[in-house]
Write a protein that binds this ligand. Structure first.
Ligand code: PPS
Length: 370
């Protein structure tokens, strides 16, 4: 008997080649940069094409609804139709017909959600000076006590980060009243298009299911936490304020609550509790191994501590965004692998862009040009 053929079955891995056409809707402040790193690494490893922002841009037209022309090289397809890509994962506001112009028909669609009680706090710190609704209020608690004093719903686009940001990213009206029929209809739309919605609070379980559905290897979905804040810049809201945040972002709360429940139902249906436990344990053990192999001090560092400028993450608002130093003395192959795991989003995007479009001017990364 050919053991090679049996191996996927024995390890519980679904049969068939890995899925290589993938669209990830990168929502905001939801652990989406960690997922993007996973997708960029997969694209590079398999020499896949990625739908990258055109020219000097760093996202795909956000916060405007996505258009195919925001993608570099989309217009270069044969017979007048846009070119198709394997992987799409940069920030965009979802607009299915335009996404379908650049992604193949058999694309796997997925996204990630986070409890708005935490997502909004992360957003407040990160976008404090940028979002009109946050600009003139000192704390999120003060904002949540009387949001109508600070929030002008006619500033639809610039205030998108201040209310129901995930709903907005999905392309819906984030100021709509949370009426039952409306909410259910939009959730049904998401269910119809997206094969999977990950949950940031259950990141490892989410990765295990993603890996199973995409038939990827364990290392493909092992990642370090990217874009996290130092403890100093995280505000711990009291439970009442968290509740207010969930009420203020009622559309996001309904979305999150629904997909949190369906994630667990799917984990049990697709994997079962024993396999889930053992897969999560394997994922964590492998991450621990790679932490010891790759990272100096095994923990994230702030901007000033990161010695390699190319590994410094973009900073925003009042958030102190952390990155990593690599262990010195790594051999070339290990260094290459570890470097990609800690490379911040903008730098990795510029790197992929240069690989994919060698004839075009390099993407300029502002924070690296001091
Ligand atoms: N693996 C994992 N599990 C759970 N949470 C994680 C993970 N990776 C990143 N994070 C947290 O996600 C927050 C950053 O989100 P994003 O990368 O989506 O931000 S961004 O919109 O791209 O700027 C940021 O949250 P805050 O620290 O609360 O700001 C990260 O700490």
């Amino acid at each position: 008997m050919d053991m090679e053929l049996l191996l996927p079955l024995l390890s519980g891995q679904a049969e068939g080649p890995p899925v290589t056409n993938v669209m990830f809707l990168k929502t905001h402040k939801t652990a989406s940069s960690t997922v993007l790193n996973i997708l960029y690494r997969f694209a590079e490893k398999h020499n896949l094409s990625t739908a990258l922002p055109a020219g000097g841009r760093v996202h795909l037209g956000y916060p405007w609804l996505f258009l195919a022309r925001y993608v570099e090289g989309a217009e270069e397809g044969s017979t007048g139709t846009p070119r198709r890509f394997n992987i799409m994962c940069n920030h965009l506001r979802f607009n299915l017909p335009e996404v379908q112009k650049v992604m193949p028909e058999d694309t796997f669609y997925f996204s990630i959600l986070r409890d708005p009680g935490y997502q909004l706090e992360s957003s407040f710190t990160y976008y404090k000076g940028y979002v009109p609704a946050f600009r003139h209020v000192k704390t999120l608690q003060a904002f949540l006590e009387s949001p109508e004093r600070f929030y002008n719903d006619s500033l639809v686009v610039s205030n998108a980060y201040a209310r129901n940001n995930m709903w907005f990213d999905l392309g819906f009206d984030h100021n709509a009243p949370p009426d039952e029929g409306y909410v259910r209809a939009r959730i049904a739309d998401v269910e119809q298009r997206f094969q999977l919605m990950l949950i940031a609070e259950h990141f490892d379980e989410s990765m295990v299911l993603l890996r199973h559905l995409l038939r990827w290897s364990l290392d493909d979905v092992v990642a370090f936490r990217l874009n996290s804040r130092s403890a100093r810049t995280v505000a711990h809201l009291p439970p009442e304020s968290r509740e207010l945040a969930r009420r203020w972002c009622a559309l996001d709360w309904r979305l999150y609550d629904h997909f949190n429940r369906t994630l667990w139902a799917r984990l049990h249906a697709e994997l079962g509790p024993r396999r889930l436990r053992s897969d999560v344990a394997r994922l964590r053990a492998r991450r621990q191994e790679l932490t010891e192999l790759c990272l100096q001090d095994g923990a994230p560092q702030n901007q000033a501590q990161i010695t390699d400028r190319l590994l410094r993450p973009f900073q925003s608002g009042e958030a102190d965004i952390l990155g990593y130093n690599l262990r010195p003395g790594l051999d070339n192959a290990t260094l290459r692998m570890c470097r990609r795991m800690v490379m911040p989003e903008l730098q990795y995007m510029a790197h992929l862009y240069a690989l994919q479009f060698p004839e075009k001017p390099r993407k300029a990364i502002p924070l690296l040009e001091e």
